[in-house]
Ligand binder design. Structure first.
Ligand code: F6R
Length: 243
């Protein structure tokens, strides 16, 4: 693990942007793994700016998102497809036919959908750089504590803590999905590079477990200790329990 501690979330986003830009420039057909949530929003803003001001082109880029709610319409305000369109896809020159999320509707079989997503990633040549955030409980993607370290894309029931953490994003009477499709931990570990960003004191305990704790399914992010190219970008607050 390469652990980089920066002064603030701004610097974390700037640093992450350099990694993403590098991959896009170096590869002829780059494949990015993407995350949703609050943490990567500043990174996506910077990538949009770079596209607009420095002509960084995403025309040859293929993307695979980590996760998507089960049985949600693409245009639902809470779907991760909508999040990605609003924060990135609609503002860059990416071919949206080459942007994928692990979708599973009510009438679809999650197992078949999971296998198909894995195949799609393989057929694209694998993920060059996977962007990650971390849950306060140590989850990556929606791989909640106790997820198998050998897991692949599949359906998961979200834990109470994750539902509570994410409830801030839903209106009081809005339906909050309780299940999601997510890349597995083994899927994430297959990426050639993984880049995890964490900011704020509410992530400090999970960050400590990820870096200093044992590799355990109880802290899915600890599996990144096994990855030879894992870059961990932290602000001072998220790093405050490391010693
Ligand atoms: C998002 C995802 C999650 C988040 C994590 C942190 O696609 O898979 O693992 O990265 O929950 O979320 P934020 O950034 O909102 O704190």
């Amino acid at each position: 693990m390469q652990i980089i501690i920066l002064d603030n979330p701004d610097q974390v986003a700037t640093h992450a942007e350099q990694w993403v830009t590098e991959v896009i420039k170096q590869k002829s057909t780059p494949v990015l793994g993407l995350a949703t949530g609050t943490t990567p929003i500043q990174l996506y803003k910077r990538l949009v700016q770079r596209h607009q001001t420095a002509q960084l082109s995403f025309a040859n880029v293929t993307t695979f998102n980590l996760d998507e709610y089960h049985n949600i319409a693409a245009d639902n305000a809470q779907s991760y497809r909508k999040f990605m369109k609003d924060n990135l896809f609609d503002h860059i020159d990416i071919d949206q036919n080459k942007t994928f999320l692990p979708i599973c509707q009510q009438d679809q079989n999650p197992r078949i959908q999971g296998l198909a997503y894995e195949k799609k990633i393989r057929n694209a040549g694998g993920i060059d750089l996977q962007i990650l955030g971390i849950g306060a409980n140590g989850h990556i993607g929606f791989n909640e504590p106790t997820s198998s370290l050998a897991s692949r894309t599949r359906i998961k029931t979200l834990t109470k803590q994750t539902l509570q953490d994410n409830s801030r994003l839903f209106d009081k009477d809005e339906y909050q999905p309780t299940m999601a499709m997510t890349m597995g931990i083994a899927t994430i570990l297959d990426a050639r590079y993984v880049l995890l960003m964490a900011t704020g004191t509410n992530k400090a305990a999970a960050v400590k477990q990820m870096i200093m704790g044992p590799v355990t399914a109880m802290c899915p992010a600890s599996a990144l200790q096994m990855h030879e190219n894992a870059i961990i970008l932290l602000d001072k607050e998220a790093a405050c329990e490391l010693s």
